[in-house]
Design a protein around this ligand. Structure first.
Ligand SMILES: [Zn+2]
Length: 148
């Protein structure tokens, strides 16, 4: 493990820091891993966190995306209307980089009307993780034989 990297963390008001978040960072996977927090904006705590990476090693299986996992948590707890999803990537130096929803996750979120509950970080600010024209995910492109 790399202990010399000091990580930037999402700039949210937190009552307590989710300690398990430290384990999300791995220098080998940071370029492809998308990290997520499910944040309760009323209680000001992170209720769920994790990470996922684009399928680099196993091309036969479509990877589950971070935003998809976070979305499943929101659906399971849909009575709590204060939950928000934050997704990001870490650069090699622990710097925060924005992560955006791919087209299939965007469609999923919009179908359930959750498109205004997902955010990412850009230049220290919070922006929507939904892009007008999101990139197709790697898994999606493999599945349908598309290429860049
Ligand atoms: Zn996705």
């Amino acid at each position: 493990m790399n202990k010399t990297v000091s990580l930037d963390y999402p700039n949210l008001v937190l009552k307590q820091f989710p300690t398990s978040s430290k384990n999300l960072f791995a220098i080998e996977t940071c370029k492809v891993a998308v990290n997520y927090w499910v944040y309760d904006k009323r209680k000001r705590i992170v209720v769920h966190c994790g990470s996922s990476r684009a399928c680099g090693c196993n091309h036969h299986k479509t990877s589950i995306h971070a935003e998809q996992r976070a979305f499943e948590y929101l659906i399971k707890h849909k009575k709590n209307r204060n939950l928000q999803i934050y997704i990001w990537k870490w650069g090699k130096c622990g710097d925060l980089k924005p992560a955006y929803c791919c087209i299939s996750c965007k469609q999923l979120l919009m179908k359930y009307n959750y498109q205004d509950k997902i955010f990412t970080f850009m230049n220290g600010g919070i922006v929507s993780a939904i892009l007008e024209n999101p990139n197709l995910s790697l898994g999606y492109m493999i599945k349908y034989g598309l290429s860049y």
